[in-house]
Design a protein around this ligand. Sequence first.
Ligand code: ZN
Length: 307
Amino acid sequence: MSPFRFLAALSAALLCLLSLPARADLRVVASVPDLAALAKEVGGDKVRVITLALPTQDPHFVDAKPNLALELNRADLLLAIGLQLEIGWLPTLQNGARNPRILSGSPGYMEVSPFIRPLEIPPTAVDRSQGDVHPGGNPHFLYDPRNAVKVAQGLADRMVTLDPQNADTYRANLARFIAQVDKARAGWEQRLTGMKGVPVVAYHRTTAYLADWLGFTTIAYLEPKPGIPPNPAHVAQVLGQSRQLKARMVLQEDYYPNTTARLVSNKIPAPLVVMPAGTDVRGGQTYFQRLDELVRRLENGLKGQGT
Ligand SMILES: [Zn+2]
């Protein structure tokens, strides 16, 4: 082996070692990928983080597989969004994990929704006939980076409580994350000023916080009720509204089938923008990169380009 190749191999091996956490002091399990990404930002190399739902999975309906319960059995901290997003699958896993540290009420279980101001709280009592409505408000709040910062602050406090030895690291990581997001946010907002007042059609009610942040208006949803797939009569109605109000974009997550959205997008016509549904933490993506990708796709949508 030439000296150059030897050095290249050595540095590759070192890089490999460096990218592994030295020793994880906290085992964190997050219900959804964005939450795992935020836990990674704050925890850095002091934590081992895994996500239960993948970015390709609808977070309302995750298959509660036994291998997930095994991860929970060894966890020091279980993170959930709350507002009943995970109500259909997480309690089963949590109770089946035989781990008292992560049961509700224990310091090792935390829902992060109390750190944000929920939108779309139903004015009256809800029942299942209205679809998958969340009585405490809309749980899709990590589309707004301002909420991600608030959640990261809450995570840091909890990690400090559970693992005070590494308090300085958690606080320093938090400060770096907040600075990074705050700086990027100004750029994102500038690139998307054109979104203000823009009428859009969305598949599911995941756009509430994004609309609140960027100032666009969701004029209709392809789902007739949250969690209920589109049907022809409803789609015809949405199409009528979209033409009347001149919808500029159709938005949906990549985990939903896109046949209906594509049809509506062609008929309006307006670009279909597929939103990354969560951070690809397993692929090494960060929350910052996921938001940056979302901004890029919306920016293309404003130029008339679909995803
Ligand atoms: Zn939802």
